[in-house]
Design a protein around this ligand. Structure first.
Ligand code: MRU
Length: 338
């Protein structure tokens, strides 16, 4: 299913509203940049590569709007800055905005209408390329999985988190396409429940065997020998291979090390940020307390009690057995140069 696309009839960017899954398939329409920034902040769409793809379409909507502004270049400049700050951790967002900006500079276009034309074409290209990158990554990663493996994953690094096919789930899909029998354990991933709601939803749709586990069951499942491999996605990979990914990933990586289970990260090269030396230099997004204090509008924490809601954590490179990309599989020691 295409979950991010521009619909010329509706004249809008159409996003599958991931807040409603798995109960309802609702579509969220963006007709201007404000809608796109809202969709990113509120997690209508989420997952690092999907955030990048959405931002690219957001640039197109911005150029369209700018045509009506007096100083259209200033409007675009301000819009791009706002867009690139919608979520701080996934480097794909800044990557997409920088790519659009530099394509504009190289083109020497001097009209918002022409720029909108260029940016729509590029956004569609980024979307298509993301899917083909994921398929390439999947083929490299599939070599690391064996027939009969049970693979634990954390958060959602599947079709819904990308243009399509997925990074971590793409590796699993590719291994299955290569004829291997693979089962998945999806950690539920509190508080937004990307594992329980989204990973389980898309794997079930594809007929891939999946069981959902509470986040706090990971140690027991590993101890019992019910997990052979862990594969997760990434929001940003520092030059030294430290990985920012969904909160809880670091704990799973420590557990995998303690139980001698390979821990893999699957991510496109655009998620690697050589300008960031180590994980300590990555900004970790803090999200609203209400995501932790409430479930479906119902309070689960006494009123007035403070909570932590860091959206991501950093897994140090020494816990990562390999990083799978579309260019191949990197093994430690990691050193990513620009
Ligand atoms: O807050 P989210 O849902 O955007 O976080 C998503 C993740 O942490 C994913 O694992 C990561 O973006 C990789 S997606 C291919």
């Amino acid at each position: 299913m295409n979950h991010i696309y521009f619909d010329p009839e509706k004249n809008a960017l159409v996003l599958l509203d991931q807040r409603c899954l798995p109960l309802k398939e609702e579509w969220f329409l963006c007709t201007n940049l404000e809608d796109v920034i809202y969709a990113l902040k509120e997690m209508v769409v989420r997952g690092a590569p999907a955030i990048g793809v959405t931002a690219a379409f957001g640039c197109y909507l911005l150029a369209r709007e700018a045509a009506a502004a007096g100083d259209w270049k200033a409007k675009i400049d301000q819009g791009l800055n706002e867009l690139s700050q919608a979520r701080p951790t996934a480097v794909n967002l800044v990557w997409a905005v920088d790519f659009m900006r530099s394509s504009w500079e190289k083109s020497q276009i001097n009209s918002p209408v022409e720029l909108a034309h260029l940016w729509l074409e590029l956004a569609r290209k980024i979307l298509a390329e993301d899917i083909s990158i994921n398929r390439k990554m999947g083929r490299f990663g599939a070599e690391l999985l064996h027939d009969g493996d049970v693979v634990m994953t954390h958060c959602n690094a599947g079709s819904l988190a990308t243009g399509g096919y997925g990074t971590a789930l793409g590796v699993i899909r590719a291994a299955i396409e290569a004829g291997k029998k693979i089962e998945v354990i999806a950690n539920e991933t509190r508080p937004f429940l990307q594992g329980a709601r989204l990973t389980a939803y898309e794997l079930k749709q594809d007929g891939i065997p999946v069981k959902v586990a509470c986040d706090n069951a990971a140690a027991l499942l590993m101890r019992k020998g019910l997990v052979n491999k862990v594969i997760v996605g990434a929001d940003r990979i520092a030059r030294n291979g430290d990985v920012a990914n969904k909160i809880g990933t670091y704990g799973v990586a420590l557990l995998a090390k303690a139980h001698n289970i390979p821990f893999y990260v699957a991510a496109p090269m655009s998620t690697i940020d050589p300008k960031t030396p180590t994980g300590d230099d990555i900004t970790i997004e803090k999200r609203p307390a209400s995501e932790v204090t409430h479930i479906n509008g119902q309070a689960v924490v006494p009123p007035g009690v403070e909570v932590f809601n860091f959206a991501f954590d950093i897994t140090p490179n020494e816990l990562i057995s390999a990083i799978i990309t579309e260019k191949g599989v990197f093994r430690p020691p990691y050193s990513f140069e620009s």
